[in-house]
Design a protein around this ligand. Structure first.
Ligand code: ADP
Ligand code: MG
Length: 356
């Protein structure tokens, strides 16, 4: 599902490679932690998977596609199969919860009927029904991250990438978010989560890929961050196939493919300038084009050396070792009633559909 073959990434103007000879493969349905200290290359890996950047040498295949040969114009379609969430949530500050989740669907031309069904379902899945009309600033950090997760899932991606998703949250809220990610994974979505927070990794006992100075130093099936000898094992979850409501997928694909991209870009440009105007009064979280997957169409710009305003790893290690494992909810995702539409029910494990 995701394969790195001897991947090296050197950023311009740097001496040491950010990634060096990285080799791994993630199978469908896995939950994988990507761990390592700040600067070890975790975010670089995720950016390469999203094709926000390209490796200097080596090969990356995602969802059966060799990213080297993926044409720039196909990148936006490719990205629709990959949900992503970040430490800083990246919500549009002047839009409601509902609008934040609906936005991507709107600009990619989903029908009004589909949006009206899919958005409430995604919000219900993350436990936020009833908060549709709230503004992001009216929500707690954990709730904001749930909105971001709903937004990432509303497109029913096969893969969810999470870059330090608990980095801005207190320990209790972080556990909630981890449980939500575990539940999403139990529904069949492949999850790759970058984190430097040892406690979660130790408790979840999932596969761990560790980077140190850009080199892969560990790939462990039931890993922990450090000494895990005292940590009780979680019962492995049943991994169900990534599901597909096939008819819905087909309809959605047609909608997407027929969406006039110039209209999409115009809508995005309009939206972004509106957001920037709004941001002159609300300085937080000004969305940039790169925060909206479809805006990243072509061409891929070289990465600059801009660091995020908040450094994730600068946060003091608030989470001490825990003595109890995170208890994974025994939720039958299908029962939530939205599983099919979010691609979380069983059967119908689909290979990625046509994206061009
Ligand atoms: P992590 O997410 O594990 O903190 P990153 O992937 O962000 O690590 O960074 C890995 C290394 O690459 C660091 O040394 C970082 O300074 C460098 N780096 C990351 N992005 C860029 C960039 N756009 N330009 C130059 N160097 C970068
Ligand atoms: Mg990072």
């Amino acid at each position: 599902m995701i394969r790195f073959e001897n991947v090296t990434k050197r950023y311009r103007g740097t001496t040491r490679p950010a990634l060096s000879g990285v080799d791994f493969e993630v199978q469908r349905g896995e939950f994988v932690f990507l761990v390592g200290a700040s600067g070890s290359g975790k975010s670089s890996c995720l950016r390469l998977i999203l094709r926000e950047d390209v490796p200097t040498t080596g090969r990356i295949a995602v969802l059966g596609r060799d990213l080297r040969s993926l044409a720039n114009r196909k990148v936006p379609y490719f990205r629709r199969h990959i949900g992503s969430v970040f430490q800083d949530f990246r919500l549009l500050p002047s839009k409601t919860v509902y609008q934040n989740v609906a936005f991507t669907l709107q600009v990619t031309g989903s029908s009004r009927g589909f949006i009206q069904q899919a958005v409430p379902e995604a919000l219900a899945l993350v436990g936020l029904d009833g908060k549709q009309k709230r503004m992001p600033h009216e929500l707690s950090g954990g709730e904001q991250q749930r909105v971001a997760i709903a937004r990432a899932l509303v497109n029913r991606p096969q893969v969810l990438l999470a870059d330090e998703p608990t980095g801005n949250l207190d320990p209790a809220t972080s556990v909630d978010i981890m449980q939500l990610l575990a539940r999403i994974n139990a529904g069949g979505t492949t999850v790759l989560m970058a984190t430097h927070e040892a406690a979660f990794v130790d408790q979840m006992q999932r596969r761990v890929i560790e980077l140190r100075d850009g080199e892969m130093v560990r790939d462990e099936v039931h890993g922990g961050y450090g000494d895990t000898s005292n940590i009780p094992r979680l019962v492995p979850e049943e991994v169900r196939g990534a599901a597909a409501a096939a008819a819905l997928t087909a309809v959605q694909e047609v909608q997407r493919q027929t969406a006039d991209l110039s209209v999409v870009r115009a809508a995005l440009a309009e939206e972004l300038s509106a957001q920037r105007r709004a941001a002159s009064t609300a300085p937080d979280a000004v969305p940039t084009a790169s925060e909206i997957p479809e805006a990243q169409a072509v061409p891929i710009e070289p990465q600059t050396d801009v660091q995020p305003e908040t450094t994730p790893e600068a946060k003091p290690a608030a989470v001490g070792p825990r003595t109890h494992p995170i208890v994974l909810p025994q939720v039958d995702v299908a029962e939530v009633g939205v599983a099919d539409r979010l691609g979380l029910s069983d059967d119908g494990a689909e290979e990625v559909g046509p994206t061009s």
